[in-house]
Design a binder for this molecule. Structure first.
Ligand code: PBG
Length: 362
């Protein structure tokens, strides 16, 4: 029998899978088996998958430590370092420990650090967020002094600083977050971060118009060179649970669906992204990452702007939990997950795995 006799036989026999034998079928164009026959055996995609070196030549997506951003929690107080129970391997550091941790992040070749603060006290207006002597402001100064080349990005939001845990100020006597009053406080927060030396500010609150207001006020105050990384498409997600433990930012009443996006929407994410660019955003962010890869792709294709994706706490904790149980190969699963986020179109990835993954990627 000729080597590919089965194809010859299949061709004679008609369409694969057997089209319904009706009189009408006679009139239909010939089955497309001819084109298949031409592609195989001449074309065998496995040829370039045979060895690691061959696979390396044709790999479409690159993942390296420089694409990664490490989130870090800085907590008020002296000489504190405490594990976050729901995020194994992640700690909350007081400033001196954070500075030491940053040395490892720099040595690992990681692109940047994204800073979240846990203040000593909270109030209704989240005043710790825009306090020039606040925990983030002091941490930024210490980090930039010790590691001038480290890119320090700051989260701009009120939720870690408000007594009620919402991302903005609650309207008098109500339960809703007041958009425009909050935007003013966010701009104040961003300015105080820039003044402390932050290399970029990242508003994660989802108020309308905050990018324009922050851009305008940063420029007015002489910080026109500080980029804004806009959390353009931040979803009201269940995957933030472990972060809220770490940052003590669980809303005390209600939820965040009045300002964060509905997980069912994607066209709206593109509108958010376009608005943020018009208002002066330098980079866009989609969050969470893996459940929203389609959104990463759509935002990237629609705007062409630099896009980051936030591989959030719940995504991290799920991998850690499965790995701790021996259910997955942690290293392989993490590299696969991060590669997928890059393949979807993300330029940068914010991930709690940054430090570990950087060591694996060497
Ligand atoms: C809000 C903020 C949140 C996260 C980052 N910034 C939580 C929220 O919206 O409740 C979540 C990040 C994560 O889950 O890793 N400032």
């Amino acid at each position: 029998m000729p080597p590919y006799g089965h194809l010859e036989r299949a061709k004679r026999a008609g369409p694969v899978g057997g089209a319904p034998a009706s009189a009408h079928a006679e009139a239909l164009p010939a089955p497309s088996l001819d084109s298949k026959e031409m592609s195989f055996p001449a074309t065998r995609l496995r040829r370039l998958r045979r060895t690691d070196t061959l696979r390396g030549l044709v790999r479409e997506t690159e993942l390296s430590p420089s694409h990664l951003i490490q989130p870090a929690f800085v907590i008020a107080g002296e000489d504190v370092r405490e594990e976050v129970p729901s995020m194994p391997g992640i700690e909350r550091f007081s400033i001196s420990h954070l500075v030491a941790e940053a040395a490892e992040i720099v040595a690992a070749g990681i692109g940047a650090l994204m800073l979240f603060g846990i203040p000593a006290a909270k109030d209704e207006a989240g005043s710790g967020a825009y306090d020039d002597e606040g925990v983030v402001q002091m941490a930024v100064r210490a980090l930039k002094e010790a590691h001038p080349d480290l890119v320090v990005m700051t989260d701009v939001c009120l939720c870690e600083y408000t007594s009620h845990g919402h991302c903005g100020v609650i309207r008098d006597g109500g339960t809703e977050v007041d958009n425009d009053v909050t935007v003013e406080l966010l701009a104040k927060t961003a300015i105080s971060h820039a003044l402390a030396g932050a290399d970029a500010v990242a508003p994660s609150d989802m108020m309308d118009g905050r990018i324009g207001s922050i851009r305008f006020q940063l420029d007015e105050e002489g910080h026109s060179d500080v980029p804004i990384i806009a959390y353009s498409a931040k979803y009201a997600s269940a995957f933030y649970g472990p972060f809220r433990d770490a940052a003590e930012s669980t809303p005390q009443h209600g939820d965040r669906r009045g300002y964060q996006m509905d997980p069912a929407n994607a066209a709206e994410a593109v509108r958010e992204a376009e608005l943020d660019l018009e208002e002066g955003a330098d980079m866009l962010m989609v969050k969470p990452a893996l459940p929203y890869l389609d959104v990463v792709r759509r935002v990237k294709e629609a705007t062409g702007a630099p896009v980051a994706a936030y591989h959030v706490s719940g995504e991290y904790s799920m991998l850690k939990a499965a790995a701790a149980n021996g259910w997955i190969d942690e290293r392989a699963a993490v590299v696969e997950a991060l590669t997928s986020i890059r393949r979807a179109g993300a330029d940068a990835i914010v991930t709690y795995y940054a430090k570990e993954a950087a060591a694996w990627l060497r």
